[in-house]
Design a protein around this ligand. Structure first.
Ligand code: MN
Length: 297
């Protein structure tokens, strides 16, 4: 099932080029995005709700996808985590970027090669058709902003110290995420957390439709030119490995989102360009790049 959130925070099931409104089968639904956490509860209780959702998905009101506004496929996730240095070829190109931009000292460069998991702000999340805004002062200072296109995992079942062998049992589903990153010498959790720096969507595909997250093709085109075209088979630490690693430190809760790391091919994005990103079995996002100029109160 491909679950999406659209228009007045309605819950929908994507079926080809159409979306079916299944909100009536969602308990505690609240159109206020700061409402009672209905999406997290839906993820947590999905097994018991699936029957009603499927029934409504077959019979409910349909609209053309093109006629609705899709919101981020996740709503107020408790945590937004991301893996670093998780494709060998990206680690190599990252070091090359660092050398060219002369950002970091030798110790930091060494540190960058290591796999790790860090937090991004959940307020950086935007939808699959929303703009990515680059701060004007960074543009003026010549600081580069890069795209990273990543498979994202949505946790369904709470757990801590999860064994790798059990990890996929804790997955609710998968979605597509961009981890937009300023290449500046500030902490990862800061330079990747600017508003709009984490487009997520167009849907969460439930895990039953993606039995093996380790063989998905990810592709990002910039203005129609291929930038990233890679398979999750090349992840250095697999999806189960990332879940096991993160859960050593923190309990993973239903609705938590984990970006799995950037494939090779990251690069500069500039205002006026358009990113088209897709993962097989999930869908496509189209995010235009613009300048964030005026200060917001
Ligand atoms: Mn990343």
């Amino acid at each position: 099932m491909k679950l999406a959130i659209f228009d007045e925070q309605r819950c929908g099931v994507i079926d080809g080029h159409e979306i079916v409104d299944v909100t009536a089968a969602v308990p505690h639904h609240d159109p206020d995005p700061f409402g009672a956490g209905w999406w997290v509860r839906l993820v947590r209780d999905f097994d018991s709700l699936r029957g009603a959702l499927e029934e409504l998905a077959a019979a409910g009101p349909r609209q053309r996808l093109a006629d609705v506004r899709l919101h981020p496929a996740v709503l107020n996730p408790p945590k937004l985590l991301a893996a670093a240095a998780n494709y060998a070829a990206h680690v190599e190109e990252g070091l090359a970027h660092v050398e060219r931009l002369q950002y970091l000292d030798a110790g930091s460069v060494e540190w960058m090669k290591n796999f790790g998991v860090f937090l991004k702000s959940t307020s950086s999340i935007v939808g699959p058709d929303d703009d990515v805004l680059i701060p004007a002062d960074r543009l003026e200072a010549g600081i580069e902003t890069h795209h990273e296109s990543e498979l994202a995992v949505v946790i369904g079942r709470e757990g801590r110290d999860i064994a790798e062998a059990d990890a996929l049992d804790h997955v609710f589903g998968y979605t597509l995420g961009l981890d937009i990153s300023l290449r500046e010498p500030t902490d990862r959790s800061f330079r990747k957390s600017f508003d709009t720096f984490t487009p997520i969507g167009p849907c969460v595909t439930t895990a039953d439709e993606i039995p093996d997250p380790g063989k998905l093709q990810i592709r990002l085109d910039l203005d129609g030119h291929v930038r990233q075209d890679c398979n999750t088979a090349d992840l250095l630490v697999s999806v189960p490995g990332i879940i096991a690693y993160a859960s050593q430190a923190m309990t993973l809760y239903p609705g938590d989102v984990i970006l799995t790391g950037a494939p090779p091919g990251v690069g500069l994005i500039e205002p006026g360009q358009l990113m088209t990103t897709s993962i097989e079995g999930i869908g496509t996002m189209r995010n235009a790049i613009r300048v964030r100029s005026a200060a917001r109160a």
